[in-house]
Write a new protein. Sequence first.
Length: 678
Amino acid sequence: MEKKILFPQVSGFLHGGDYNPDQWLDRPDILEEDIRLMKKAGINSATLGVFSWAACEPTEGNFCFDWLEEIVERLYQNGIYTVLSTPSGARPAWLDAAYPEAMRVDARGLRDHHGNRHNHCMTSPKFREKVAAIDRELARRLGSHPGVILYHISNELSGECFCPLCAERFRKYLADKFDHDIEKLNKAWWTAFWSHHYNSFDQIEPPYANGEGSVLGLLLEWRRFTTWNMTDFLKFEKETLLGITPDMPVTTNFMRLFGGLDYRKMAPELDVISWDNYPAFHNDSESFADTMSETAFQHAVMRSMKRDKPFMMMESAPGLVNWQAVNKVKRPGVHRLACLHAIACGSDTVQYFQWRKGRGSCEQFHGAVVDHLGTDDTRVFREVAQVGEMLKAIAPVAGTCVNSQAALLFDWDNRWAIGDVRALADDTKKYEDTCLDFYRAFLKLGVDMDIVGSDEDLSRYGVVVAPMLYMLQPGTASNLKTFVERGGQLLATYLTGYVDSDQLCWLGGFPGDGLAGLFGVISEEIDSYYPSDRNGVRLFDGSVWEVRDYAEILRVKDAEVLGVYTGEFYQGTPALTCKSFGRGKAYYAAARSSASEMTPLFEKMLKEADIPVKKLPENVEYHVRSAGEEVYEFYLNCSEQPVVVSDIFGTEVQTGEELCGTLALPGYGGAVVRKTAV
Ligand code: GLA
Ligand code: ZN
């Protein structure tokens, strides 16, 4: 595969972040100093315009872009490119006073007062009209400036609105979805239950907190609608901008595995995926290495939405944040490691929130490159400048991709459905944690999985793990079958294939939609455990995996039994099975065991798929980016202690050192090794 350069204007990586000069317009000395400091820190981009509505349109229809234009130009003259944001993330007071419909209504039907941010009604025609007006002006005034390289639409789109306009739009969305046939909806939502039958679409309300909460189909469709409506809003902003400057790429910044929106449905509207990364480093509930691998998982989610190009780390904290329960500063060296980590996982940008700390309001103590001291001799500034140097040194890596050969299936709909289902055990459903657990176990073997949806083309992978795939969308079962038939190694677990995409149970045995045939098993019961309950799975080599939380009781039709339960009334019955299907194998793990205990199984699957595993020292993360002949290996020491990694051959890209076997990494150190072609 060829290199995919995101921003040909800069050579290598984008290094920058949110810049809010509108907070300093009365301090030209500070703005002047900013440019000097940015150059010193190796900054080549600035994100301008986020939340700048009041500065760009102080009163309705009175546009003031001179200040912004001047700054974009001055940055450009100094080799700093602009990521240009639309200001729709926060509304000026005049707008809410004139058009209260722009303010969101909460789940109990109460309208917000003016204030805060990220809280507009995405349906409101008035709000859209005002957004379009300012976006058009923005694009006209700045969209053709050679310094502008990307549109950033709004900011961290999120949340739901229960106003009458949104309720009406929801009804229309449902009518379209169910072909204007209310009986189709009644059937899909099983409304004969509790007399919840609807006579017409007009009778349907959003799931208010004090309203309908028991029709699972309604709950799910509301979430799908909220994503659809938010995507429609995103599209609306995008089309407004591209109507003036059709060639500018667009993005919007996502937030980790945010539960409120199905990011995969939004991704096709974007030219590049970007996200905001704020790990709670040095917390007291997990090791530093676990914080890192959790972050790698989040990076992988983002990367996998556009698998063949790099993504952007749009925000990260140069120092600390101000909104975590404990806002601990990053220990020396951790900033560099975290930035290299983002690159290792496939990002082509290192961007911060924010460049300079403001003096007031609720983010005044949030970390920034330049703090209230205002100088360049702080630890944080020096570390940022070191990252600037590092990014220059590893510039040839930009445009390469992480080409994973293994994937983990993760579906937003599935996640929502598992959250809503009234079954299992309230506190231990843990779908996301379970996915992370599997991802981590593979990462420890040096395999950085993609995280893909169940409708994704799986042909590029040799191994696919599909944990807790409770909901089967149309096409999921045949996708999995094709994958295995063609030689793939598939692992599914307890809770696979219980419901269809309307949350109706499959009849005739779980896993439904024909998957019982693929795995050769039927799950007859699922036992939920109390937190202290334990069981085990005995494998035929004598080893035992501990079981907690969930255990399914299986009927095996035509699969090989690889492990049996050690306890309970179902002792001795199958708990791990494998069926050969076509050229591949379909494994079924009927109980929850920790992924680290299951690692020998993963090694077997990887071996059969010809995917190499790596022997890594404890706490060292390994990632690979490549394009054509160029292969870059990343070794990241996710601990304070120095470590020596062996079996490394190639050239360390930053130092030029030739490595012939071993690499010594200091605490929090990281290396990029260009592999020598063999
Ligand atoms: C988010 C926002 C930023 C800022 C940071 C603080 O990511 O997009 O505007 O509030 O959080 O961490
Ligand atoms: Zn609304």
